[in-house]
Design a protein around this ligand. Structure first.
Ligand code: NAP
Length: 281
């Protein structure tokens, strides 16, 4: 068997085009969705991510504001900026790029964002809304994974999904979203014993660890759907996921590549959340 690819680039392009159409409809009603992105410090990877986010927003017709601050910015000043953006009617979504410098309490900063503008979905109110099935913003990465499953018409009800990783931004919300679709969900982490025994029972595996080859072909049930969230570098310095892609694709039914899988969908879902924040306002 050779797995079919779930093409994140193509799905993200469709998603962005759909967002652009909805942005135009909203603009016709006098509302331009606005996203504010705050970057503190000089982390090179963060600079790249932020540049992409701003470019994506502008291409989709959103109003985007990029605030860059030096790494020495006092926490109180950052909180004051967020307070101002919370009150700014032209801004519907606020994103603070993580990681923040060590002297700033990231949890306090995230909690200072109005839940109505929490387009990253990291606020405890957003996490609580997801857990209890209330409307709210879903974190972009697991939300993008759900859209990828939806794009292949996959029926999750009654299926066994194994999520590897339990972070607040990927693993845990992923598990909640799969559960909400009536999958039976197993969450694995660094203390899980015999990971392969669990993944071999899975109809769907989501790998969100950050280590190469966490999922190898002998750990996969034939025909399973494999979603690879991981972002790592291989020996040649090229981007790769958590899954041993070349071997696993010979066993799985569907698989997401890295690059070109979950990454582009994560970016696209930020636009969706920002648009929806503006629509709700
Ligand atoms: P994280 O906070 O470091 O969490 C990693 C999780 O993996 C933890 O729950 C950890 O368990 C678990 N883990 C570590 N070693 C394991 C093992 N050998 N077996 C099973 N589980 C193990 O990372 P994250 O923020 O969730 O991100 C995960 C990966 O996704 C990273 O590579 C990140 O770069 C990538 N990512 C990609 C995107 C994208 O857009 N494509 C977005 C976000 C993240 P413990 O909890 O027990 O420590």
């Amino acid at each position: 068997m050779t797995a079919q690819l779930i093409d994140g680039n193509a799905l993200a392009a469709q998603t962005r085009a759909d967002v652009a159409r909805r942005v135009q409809a909203l603009k016709a009603r006098g509302v331009t969705p606005g996203l504010a992105v705050i970057l503190v410090g000089e982390d090179p990877a963060s600079h790249v991510y932020v540049r992409h986010k701003v470019k994506d927003s502008e291409e989709a017709g959103l109003h985007s504001v990029l605030e860059r601050h030096p790494a020495t910015l006092p926490e109180a000043d950052l909180l004051a900026r967020i307070d101002a953006l919370n009150k700014d009617p032209a801004i519907h979504g606020i994103l603070v790029q993580l990681p923040l410098p060590k002297h700033i309490d990231a949890a306090r900063v995230i909690e200072s964002i109005s839940p109505a503008k929490d387009v990253d979905g990291f606020h405890v109110a957003s996490a609580g809304a997801l857990m209890t099935g209330q409307p709210g913003f879903w974190p972009c990465t697991p939300y993008g994974c759900m859209k990828m499953l939806e794009s292949i018409g996959y029926e999750l009800r009654g299926k066994h999904a194994v999520v590897i990783g339990r972070s607040n931004i990927v693993g845990k919300p992923m598990a909640m979203m799969l559960l909400a679709k009536s999958a039976t969900v197993t969450i694995c982490h660094s203390a899980t014993q015999d990971l392969g025994a669990l993944t071999r029972q899975a109809d769907v595996v989501v790998a969100a660890v950050g280590k190469r080859n966490v999922l190898t072909a002998d750990m996969v049930k034939p025909g399973a759907v494999i979603i690879d969230v991981g972002m790592n570098r291989n020996d040649e310095g090229k981007l790769c996921g958590d899954v041993d892609f070349d071997a696993v694709r010979r066993v799985a039914g569907w698989i997401t590549p890295v690059p070109g899988g979950v990454g582009p969908m994560t970016r696209a879902m930020l636009l969706v959340n920002t648009l929806e924040a503006a629509e709700r306002s």
